[in-house]
Design a protein around this ligand. Sequence first.
Ligand SMILES: [Fe+2]
Length: 283
Amino acid sequence: MIIHTENIRVGYGNTKLRIRPLGDIHLGHIGHDSKLFNKAVQEHANDPAGWCIITGDIIDDDRPSSRQKRVHMYSDRVDAQPFDDEQHQLWLDHKVIPVLKPLANRCLGALDGDHFRLYSDGTTSTMYICRKLKIPYLGERMAWVRMLFSTKAKGEGQRCMYLIHASHGAGSASTYGGDINALIRQVSGFEADLCIAGHTHKCMPAQIPILYPDQRGEKIREKMRTYVRTGGFLRGYLEKRTTYVEKAGYSPLALRYPVIELTLGRCKANNCSLSVEDVKVTI
Ligand SMILES: [Fe+2]
């Protein structure tokens, strides 16, 4: 599991930052909604206070079963696979990386997820994309991302951390409640202020406050733990085609992406210099 630390300078007073988790993009699939994805990409590019994080399934390539088949396919002619890898990387260079390029600024990193290509040298298509875009690679399934905020003033020691547990997600739930409950259950063993996961392509937030007594033992304070399913950019039902979504009879989903807005300020209650005072999620 990768632990990535991002040092972020912020100004004095109230500062707002926005985190955009973008996952289940499925570039290359005919159902990929390029109009919505490009809107999200441009929104990020035009937001100087915006940070994005990619929660996996960037491309609609091999899933675990087809990745295994590809290994078998080349088992008796290993020397042929690098050519296949090169062709795939050329496709990434021309069709995928240019689309993702505006995300490279202020990007917290990218996970593989389920859909990615495993190359003959043991690297993945996500590693290739991350290397080309100069963004952090966060591993296959999950990572911690530590956003370390500090004020511009030197030596004053005003800093705080916002801890993100980012995962691609696993399993499925037919109801919305079951889906967010599954996320809450799956991350119960991980410390985090924000838990984000994709995979189910549903987009929804939940916030659960954790109450604690203040230092004097006089007042009740709360710490907010935020959970977000990160949505997706793949249309499940298409004209004149029968997709796997249709075959399986899955419910249609609204294509959405969430925006998590953090308000940083001085925390008077705890007498600390800098803290995340509010977290709002919009979808
Ligand atoms: Fe996906």
